[in-house]
Ligand binder design. Structure first.
Ligand SMILES: Cc1cc2nc3c(=O)[nH]c(=O)nc-3n(C[C@H](O)[C@H](O)[C@H](O)COP(=O)(O)OP(=O)(O)OC[C@H]3O[C@@H](n4cnc5c(N)ncnc54)[C@H](O)[C@@H]3O)c2cc1C
Length: 480
């Protein structure tokens, strides 16, 4: 095993002294992500080119040094935590938007570009890269691809995977490969581009990305129905989808979320057991109006007692931003300012939404747990937030057991998935066999083809081993 000094010397030769750190404060900052799990790396390097990345991966493969690529570190499942130490490759210096080509309708970018910054540039030309995660202000396009992230507009526009046309990837050993290209469709060979999307840094490092870009819709209407019963909101969701309407967003907020938002913000939401935020957008005002009218009609049929409607784009943005920041506010769930580090990210088939939510809620009640229910409900993506105190062992263990019970219902009874958008990372790796059964062996075989020595982000998705969720959590205070 190499010493920290040897690792440091090598990295300095490749990226220069200013872009390597073994300073304990830096290492601590890079030891965690938004999952709050921590594990210290040996060093951090900030490469600026594919050649530098290739040189590091060649050396790391020879010396068996774990490598964890990192964007902004906003992952919620610990996939940016260096659980086996090694080198964190901070990709944020590779943040150029190399090209926006409106004829081919593509953008070519480096992985460290921040989602909102890319969209600011695309927006000036009337275009958008639409997946829109709640962390849009900070997360990088490389991190989004590795997690196959998405968000409130995935219902109509798809997840990240639907927008990636091509990748340049540096593999362990230093080989640089290109997959896909600028064409919008191809049936040529196995689709390696899609394989790399969602690979959580476990197969290689992206150094260039070709994205499909989408013209920004010109018109938008936001309908907010207020329901007395959560079930009415869920039934309205299923009915809207059943009648063939495709909103650009359909978000659920339950009474616990409403209470928290109203206690934190000046903006006060109407009180009910549930609200839906249903956004319809399009290129013709008439279509948007017609779809919004149909949505309103369905919500009334299902029992909405009040319906707010606006077409004011600033107001829509304000309300959607409020929905975006909800995850942060949920730390108030127990009134103790406990960071909510266990937001579940399940998805079930659309038709099963009402029954599945009913059962999950009943499970929380029978365990005496306060559980916030929200999410991108239109595509079946249910977020469940229960505040556990990670610094209390008993609470942590009970929280993990509760999460497992929820997962069993979602996967076994409803044929759902453990993660609709956040990824499995290390925190959900112990559940991987619950959803994937024997097929995990094929995933492990693929990992071996690209990364025979297992240096790339070891621990994620149970590709090398199945870790148990017994990680060290971010301390409440750091001694200095
Ligand atoms: C408040 C909040 C809200 C969120 N809301 C959403 C949401 O609505 N939807 C959603 O999907 N997620 C959400 N997330 C989770 C997270 O923000 C996203 O998954 C995001 O895409 C991660 O991007 P990042 O740049 O922070 O990547 P990181 O967390 O740094 O890394 C993510 C993964 O990508 C890998 N990686 C990074 N760069 C590269 C590269 N160049 N090559 C290969 N692998 C790489 C890492 O190894 C890691 O496995 C949220 C997180 C927070 C904190």
């Amino acid at each position: 095993m190499l010493s920290r000094e040897e690792i440091y010397r090598f990295l300095i030769d490749v990226v220069g002294e200013d872009d390597v750190s073994i300073d304990v404060a830096d290492l601590f900052a890079y030891s965690m992500d938004a999952s709050m799990r921590i594990s210290m790396p040996a060093a951090v390097a900030r490469p600026e080119s594919r050649e530098e990345v290739a040189e590091i991966l060649k050396w790391a493969d020879e010396k068996r040094v774990p490598i964890v690529p990192r964007g902004a570190g906003t992952s919620l499942s610990g996939q940016a935590v260096p659980v086996k130490g090694g080198v964190v490759l901070d990709m944020c210096k590779m943040d150029r938007i190399k090209e926006i080509d409106l004829e081919d309708r593509v953008a070519v970018v480096e992985p460290g570009v921040i989602y909102d910054e890319l969209n600011r540039e695309l927006g000036k030309l009337g275009y958008v890269f639409p997946p829109d995660p709640g962390s849009a202000i900070a997360c990088t396009v490389g991190g989004m691809i590795a997690n196959n992230a998405s968000g409130i507009r995935a219902l109509k526009y798809g997840a990240t995977v639907d927008h990636v046309l091509g990748l340049e990837v540096v593999l362990p050993g230093g080989k640089i490969i290109r997959t896909g290209g600028r064409v919008w469709k191809s049936s040529s060979g196995l689709n390696l581009t899609k394989l790399f999307v969602g690979s959580e840094g476990a197969l290689g490092v992206f150094t260039e990305i070709i994205l499909k870009i989408t013209p920004k819709p010109r018109y938008c209407g936001l309908t907010i129905p207020v329901f007395q019963k959560l079930e009415q909101a869920l039934e309205a969701t299923v009915e809207i989808m059943r009648r063939g309407i495709l909103p650009s967003a359909m978000e659920l907020i339950d009474d616990i979320c409403i209470m928290i938002i109203n206690s934190v913000l000046e903006e006060k939401l109407p009180i009910g057991e549930a609200l839906l935020f249903i956004e319809n957008d399009g290129y013709s005002e008439r279509t948007v109006k017609e779809e919004s009218r149909m949505v309103k009609e369905i919500c009334e049929e299902k029992g909405a007692r009040k319906i707010i409607y606006t077409t004011d784009t600033d107001r829509i943005e304000e309300l959607m931003r409020l929905r975006h920041t909800l995850a942060n506010m949920l730390s108030k769930l127990r009134g103790e300012n406990i960071p909510l580090n266990n937001i579940q990210d399940f998805a079930v088939p659309i038709g099963s939404i009402p029954e599945a939510v009913r059962e999950l809620k009943a499970m929380a009640q029978s365990h005496g747990r306060l559980m916030a229910i929200f999410g991108h409900i239109g595509d079946g993506n249910i977020h469940l937030g229960t505040a556990i105190n990670p610094w209390k062992e008993e609470d942590r263990k009970a929280g993990a057991e509760f999460a497992r019970r929820l997962a069993e219902i979602v996967v076994k009874k409803y044929g759902g998935t453990l993660s609709a958008e956040h990824g499995l990372g290390v925190t959900k790796a112990s559940l991987v066999e619950l959803e994937h059964g024997d097929t995990i062996e094929y995933m492990r075989a693929i990992k071996k083809v690209f990364d025979p020595h297992g240096i790339m982000n070891p621990g994620v998705m149970g590709l090398l081993e199945v870790p148990r969720d017994e990680f060290v959590y971010m301390p409440t205070r750091v001694a200095v």
